[in-house]
Write a protein that binds this ligand. Structure first.
Ligand code: SAM
Ligand code: SF4
Length: 321
């Protein structure tokens, strides 16, 4: 699919639940409003919408949430998504708590990769940030997944924490084949209330410690991360700098929320309500046309630098990151 700016849209993030087993301070410290399951896309509906999207050129799917692994039978969904003609890769983003339980089944179902969100390697700090004593489980899940699929660690760049923790996190890619990425906190939902760190500052601190760090030109995925690498490291360190280095001109993604909204930009509530369409019995042809129209109208760029223009009111947990 092309949008009116000439961008090719090939990547769809699908949030399968608003719920989560953690309470990250910058995301949902008090949980979420309970959305009834009847207002959430069923797996059959997700599969049907993904078939339409694949016919329009979507090739890569990322399953997200809330926490996707708290929804029953996520493994089934991944297995079925992998069967859809045109879908080349299905990956998952998770807080990792349930990976020890489901990781191997996910791999057997054909999962192509996993992103694990991990902002700290300190147990007390982890409890303080997420409200749950789960670091050991996450590290166990990470260890298991490393031997099965490509793994990326995502760390949100909240100033005080990342200054203390980047070294421990970078150690993960220095010692094993995982990529560690720093993600600038975006002013969506509670993200507005926390001081983000400019990724450039983190890069400079890492370079001071590891002067041999060089840009890594190898392809690591389909997203906007910029990577650096040292010759002897098994993994690389990446930066997703949505706030300080706008990458909208290369944006290739859309988002399907758990409540069935096809969202075309993080900042705006623009898009189309596919849940209503599918439940009133719209034919696939009509759904594909609605998708194409929404994509054509995809905003040219985000407006994180002009927060008064942000129209998205949903939390990050509702959007899926
Ligand atoms: N629960 C899963 C997880 O934590 O990976 C999937 C959903 S979570 C909303 C997806 C990603 O969004 C996580 O890496 C999280 O750290 C990130 N995130 C949450 N709020 C954010 C914000 N305001 N800016 C940037 N990233 C954010
Ligand atoms: Fe849950 Fe992910 Fe939000 Fe943390 S960032 S509360 S793990 S949805």
């Amino acid at each position: 699919m092309k949008d009116s700016c000439g961008r090719t849209i090939e990547y769809m993030r699908i949030s399968i639940t608003d719920r989560c087993n953690l309470r990250c301070q910058y995301c949902m410290p008090d949980g979420t409003d309970k959305v009834s399951m009847k207002d959430i896309l069923t797996y059959e509906e997700i599969l049907s919408l993904t078939r339409c999207a694949a016919q329009l050129g979507i090739r890569w799917i990322k399953i997200t949430g809330g926490e996707p692994l708290v929804r029953k039978n996520c493994v089934f969904l991944i297995r079925e998504l992998k069967k859809i003609p045109g879908i080349e890769k299905v990956t998952l983003t998770t807080n990792g708590i349930l990976l020890p339980q489901y990781g191997r089944e996910l791999w057997k179902a054909g999962l192509d990769g996993v992103n694990i969100s991990l902002d700290t390697m300190d147990r007390e700090d982890y409890i303080q940030l997420t409200g749950f004593d789960g670091l050991v489980q996450v590290l166990e899940g990470l260890e298991m997944m490393k031997s099965l699929v490509p793994v990326k660690i995502n760390c949100v760049s909240i100033k005080e924490r990342v200054e203390k923790q980047w070294k421990n996190l970078v150690d993960l890619c220095r010692t094993s084949q995982v990529d560690v990425r720093f993600i600038e906190l975006m002013p969506i939902g509670l993200g507005r209330q926390f001081p983000s760190m400019d990724n450039q500052e983190i890069l400079e601190q890492i370079k001071r410690e590891y002067p041999q760090l060089k840009p890594d030109e190898r392809r690591h995925g389909n997203g906007p991360a910029v990577y650096y690498h040292c010759h002897e490291w098994p993994g690389s360190v990446g930066f997703i700098s949505a706030v300080h280095k706008k990458f909208c001109s290369g944006c290739n993604r859309i988002r399907l929320t758990a409540r069935g909204r096809l969202k075309t930009c993080l900042c705006y509530d623009q898009g189309v309500d596919l849940l209503s369409m599918i439940r009133r019995g719209a034919e696939d042809e009509e759904i594909r046309k609605a998708m194409e129209k929404a994509v054509w109208e995809k905003p040219a760029a985000h407006c994180f630098d002009r927060p008064e223009e942000i129209t998205e009111e949903d939390m990050m947990s509702g959007i899926g990151g």
